[in-house]
Design a binder for this molecule. Structure first.
Ligand SMILES: NC(=O)c1ccc[n+]([C@@H]2O[C@H](COP(=O)([O-])OP(=O)(O)OC[C@H]3O[C@@H](n4cnc5c(N)ncnc54)[C@H](O)[C@@H]3O)[C@@H](O)[C@H]2O)c1
Length: 347
């Protein structure tokens, strides 16, 4: 039985959405594991998300994953034994505006972490990726053996990172696993993704931009289920393995919007149907099996509709977290640049 009790775990991107929940899950199930959160604090990283976690067990190091000196310095100074990498540029719409930083973080950064794993004798490195690397599927489901056919600058950069991990394992036997997670929702998600963005706008009584009729289908998973799936791979995954992590809960975007309107008490007049800014790059449907991760003993536990409503309530009760974020220029500039021409005076 793998044991994390004496492990020192470096969680790259741990000040972001899924990474911070992963830290909470590890602290809950493995209270003696030391955790080093390594994060560049980009626009998406936030110390307020993890402020209640920093103590003797969990420490913070500021750095970029593409900076090999800083990465290797943090590993050596803290005697790190395991790495999980959440650090990435993670927003499709931002990648359409400018994709250079996506390649730096999502491809080169993964290479740096693979190299550090190999050179410094890390026991296991789990790289967190996305189902979006498979591209879109109209019928059936992707498996881990499906070809990688990404359609956006974001998903292609994630695919590049996955391939670095694969090649490193094949060439050097580097002990790296890759997880490919489905769309994730829950508290502390930067308010730019479908659920978090729409929720804060509806809470403020502002219009939300729905792409087309909202027919795009996504597999939605609660962030704690996703984090537990990644932990299962850290504990039990085969080095070199790829593991899909999804709960096969497929919903069209319009259904998500219906629940958000209900829970925020807003009407359909706040939904502005807009021409799809992603154009050809907007994948129609994501769907995959997660049998390999289930075989490790993981299964999703959260009921979607209940947890989506709980998530809306969390945003309602925690304005202290998101109001300062949406006041920053890196947020308002993006919203204006990307949605300005669609939302006009409703911005
Ligand atoms: N959110 C989803 O629905 C979803 C679904 C599947 C997979 N993923 C993947 O999970 C991972 C985490 O996603 P998220 O939604 O929590 O992202 P996020 O944008 O909320 O957080 C990313 C974190 O990484 C940090 N970071 C970014 N670039 C960095 C760099 N170069 N060096 C160090 N730190 C850096 C940021 O400061 C932030 O704290 C990503 O790799 C993403 O591709 C996300």
């Amino acid at each position: 039985m793998p044991d994390l009790s004496n492990a020192v775990l470096m969680v790259c991107g741990g000040a972001g959405f899924i990474g911070s929940h992963f830290v909470r899950i590890v602290r809950k199930y493995h209270p003696t594991t030391r955790i080093v959160i390594y994060d560049a604090l980009t626009y998406a990283g936030n110390l307020t998300t993890i402020q209640d976690l920093l103590d003797e067990q969990t420490t913070f190091v500021h750095g970029k994953i593409q900076d090999s000196t800083a990465v290797e310095g943090a590993i050596t100074a803290n005697e790190v034994t395991h790495i999980v990498n959440f650090a990435a540029e993670s927003h499709n719409d931002r990648s359409i505006l400018d994709s250079g930083s996506f390649i730096q973080s999502n491809v080169f950064g993964v290479y740096v972490l693979c190299e550090a794993t190999r050179k410094l004798g890390i026991t296991k490195f789990v790289h967190v990726s996305t189902d979006e690397v498979y591209g879109s599927i109209n019928e059936g489901k992707f498996t881990e053996d499906s070809p990688i056919m990404p359609n956006t600058p974001y998903s292609s950069s994630k695919a590049g990172g996955d391939l670095q991990a694969r090649a490193h394992h094949i060439t050097y036997k580097t002990p790296v696993c890759v997880t490919r997670g489905g769309n994730t929702y829950g508290p502390y998600q930067y308010p730019e993704k479908l659920i978090s963005y729409f929720t804060v706008r509806l809470l403020m009584g502002k219009k939300v931009p729905l792409y087309g009729e909202g027919n795009q289908v996504r597999e939605w998973m609660h962030v704690e289920d996703h984090a537990r799936g990644i932990l299962a791979v850290l504990l039990h995954g085969e080095p070199g393995g790829v593991y899909n992590v999804g709960d096969e809960n497929e919903r069209p975007n319009r259904e998500i919007v219906r629940i958000l309107l209900e829970e925020t008490g807003r009407g359909d007049d706040l939904v502005k149907r807009i021409e799809d800014p992603r154009k050809g790059a907007h994948d129609t449907r994501y769907s995959m099996t997660s049998n390999l991760t289930r075989a490790l003993g993981w299964k999703p536990e959260k009921d979607f509709e209940t947890e989506l409503r709980n998530t809306v309530r969390w945003y309602r009760d925690n304005e202290w977290w998101w109001q300062p974020i949406i006041a920053k220029p890196e947020y308002t500039d993006f919203i204006r640049n990307f949605y300005g021409k669609y939302l006009g005076e409703d911005l």
